[in-house]
Design a protein around this ligand. Sequence first.
Ligand code: HEC
Ligand code: HEC
Length: 381
Amino acid sequence: MEKPKPGNREPNPERVIPRFLLIAFSCLLLISLVAGFIFNYYQKQMMDRTIREQGSGILSSYGSKTRDSIEKGQRKTFQLVMDNTAQLEGVTATTLYPREGLMNYRSGAVTVGLPFVHDQDGGFRNPNLDLYEKTRGMFLRKDWHLTGRFDSAAGQAHLAEVQGKSCAECHYVLDENLSFDNQNRAEVLDARVAHFYERIPVEDKCTVCHTYWQIGETAGVLGVTIDKAAFLQRTRESTRQLVYILLSIATVVLGVTYLVAAMYRRILITRRQLADKSDRLAGLLNNSGQGFLSFGPDLAIEPEYSRECVTFFGEEVAGKSVAALLFSEDEEERGLVFDEDIHLLEEEDDYIDEDQTAQAENEYLQIFADGMNSSGTSCSR
Ligand code: HEC
Ligand code: HEC
């Protein structure tokens, strides 16, 4: 009975459950991280696409609805359409930047064309208010159709005043890095807001009034600003849903892992107990001074046999044919095959092994040490 003790190489049963849970947890964590990363990436893509679609749709409507008032130079109807467009859901502001790029039209703010100003904290200041009220919004600088705002007398005086300063310090300046596509569109997606722009080119009908403009130049730029808050909120909600789903999956997986680990632990403990039992039995048989072995119908000896058999046959006998061993040519020399020395324990199956079905066909051989001794083999006892 030279079987290695199963407990030696097998994991410690007490460590099985924590180890299984740790492995399952690590796998879940890894999968969740990867899933979260991919989900987040696609979610962001989806969100940007939706925002782009919405922004582009609103910009188109803004452009087409203001077209008529722009062509006719009707400031008030233009302002009305601009304010209405800004009422659409998600839109924070609609704007117009003139060709010089300093914003002077914005939803919710009256204007006679002076560029808006912001203070150092970013607070909005409207220098048009006085003039607008005094002239009921009708004010037009005298040379509006002849020369640009910067080149007008008032403009030149102001520029001399603010010389050396950056215009963006006080005015809302159109981003110079905007790249307009062949549909005259551009967009900037910030973290919290998205800006959509449409360039208005100068056509020949514009130059009837704007006499100094050149056809094809930029007359101005329409702008729509969209708040991303609603989209981010939706994104956060689906992220939360994903987290809930992952958590419930993790709970189930960990639960199942716990059950499997507990079963495995039970098996390991049982195997250990069995191995101990078998060890004790082997010790008993090894120390009985008698040779015990068993063999199947094919006469091959089973791996479990007592130590004495090795002494008796002079070699390890597992798997060898019992017939060859007992009735070998040099049997005379061995002088061992005495009927009274070797007993077949056929009828005592149930005493040796309770598992009748598996071992029913096995025969058991008992070799008495006395016989061995008398036959003169080297027996330690
Ligand atoms: C220190 C703040 C400040 C800076 C810097 C500044 N502006 Fe102004 N700007 C104003 C204010 C305030 C007004 C409102 C009208 C006024 O008070 O003159 C104004 C008005 C104007 C006007 C309208 C003038 C008129 O009466 O028709 C123009 C054009 C203008 N700014 C262009 C510029 C340009 C171009 C720059 C950059 C080179 C610039 N500003 C830098 C504060 C500033
Ligand atoms: C019937 C005359 C007329 C025609 C035609 C006209 N506009 Fe104007 N436009 C005006 C008047 C008046 C203003 C106000 C000028 C001001 O405030 O300095 C103006 C202002 C503008 C502004 C704002 C400029 C600024 O500095 O505030 C833009 C942009 C503009 N027009 C674009 C166009 C385009 C594009 C066309 C051709 C499709 C056009 N306009 C045709 C009369 C006209």
